[in-house]
Design a protein around this ligand. Sequence first.
Ligand SMILES: Cc1ncc(COP(=O)(O)O)c(C=O)c1O
Length: 486
Amino acid sequence: MRPRIPEKAREKDDLLKTLAGYREGDAKFRDGRTWSLVYFAGDELSDTLKQAHNLFFSENALNPMAFKSLKRMEHEVVAMSASMLHAPDSACGTMTTGGTESILMAVKAYRDRAKKARPELVAPETAHVAFEKAAHYFGVKLRKAPIGRDFRADVGEMRRLINRNTIGLVGSAPQYPQGVIDPIEELAALAQQKKLPLHVDACIGGFVLPWIERLGHDVPRWDFRVPGVTTISADLHKYGYAAKGASVLVHRDMSTLRHQFFVSTDWSGGIYASPTMPGTRSGGAIAAAWAALHAMGEEGYLRHTELALRATKALRSGIDGVSGVEVLGSPDATLLSYAATDADVGLYAVGDRLEDRGWSVDRQQHPASLHCTVTSNHLDIIDDYVRDLAQAVAHVRRHPEEKSRGNAAMYGMMAKLPMRGMVKQGVLKVMEQMYGPDGASDLSGVGKGEGDGPLLQAMSKYGDKALVALDALDAWKQRLSRKRRR
Ligand SMILES: Cc1ncc(COP(=O)(O)O)c(C=O)c1O
């Protein structure tokens, strides 16, 4: 039955008990069981952030004149981030609700600045999907450049895609799928030569790379010290360890930021000006981000970065010790992914097995790989994870049939099916189930419902046979692309 607002008000304790019950099946981030999604730096910091959030629980940054406190905190958060990113004194920017919104705003600013009839953005194919979303929302064509063998942006390929419609270039520090930093200095030189702005997506790296460098490790230059870097996105709610809903987009100067703004002068509700996507903006998220920067301080960030680096190193050598899988590329920070090296190790089946053991699994494609964003909170569980991974790989070798069952079959098929339009239809169908009147919260009904697309039905019916065919096709495609790269 469809839930309704209860007729009578419920007691606080009673409703909080229900909410606590709702959490029971959630991923166990406190125990280090998630490899992205949550950045947990301990209860002490969490308590501080909650209190700061609560202090500004009701305030709204929509009108900075009404809540000068929020305007002040936002300015200070942007300024502290800009200093960390070695930005010049001219730097300015805004807070946003997260990485995606920062990227949306950068693309919107570049588009409006360029005033092209058919705007195009050039990005390596590993750039975060938020650029595709921005392109989709803002009527920009995204030109995706093939990457090099090391998974980094190939500057020559990006150069080839630049034309008179190009509004800007993108690089990542690091990119999410394999955790490698694109050659930002070369990209910036290209951008300057072509008189284009360059956005560096440091959503995940922005609050960890500066500390890795400070700890004495070699980090290729990627921030505002590189001439030609125009804007940088960096997420406070990732390695900034702030509460969810906080990122910054820092501009080298006002010449691009001014194109980010939206102003309407004729609405009967009054003159309206807004720096970012939303109308109402949460005061709590701004205050918690401000509190995170102050509560951590440089010493806190350095300490947590050192622990995260130790955990990453241990994870890398643990994975190196499991025969049948390997870390992809040479990750530059605290995230990595690994893929299968043997045909008889179905990596998505390994993922399913890890999930059965209570790990939250982040499955990637092209190539099929599992992703780990490592934080200080993972240091104590690396041995458990590596042990479970080794067991999962051994199990999957003994049970090759598992790769054509359950989630493994579905992800395998989704990743390999050449008809991407069909895959998209299939995914849209899943979304319809999740956000439809029944609000499904898992994938167990996929392919079984009436009106499910042909992909979902084929998947649930012929999973194993279809996968064998797709595997063969995939192996052939990989051989071909290896030949081409040689
Ligand atoms: C490199 C990079 N860019 C952008 C994003 C998007 O951030 P959000 O999920 O906060 O919108 C992510 C998220 O992981 C990321 O890793």
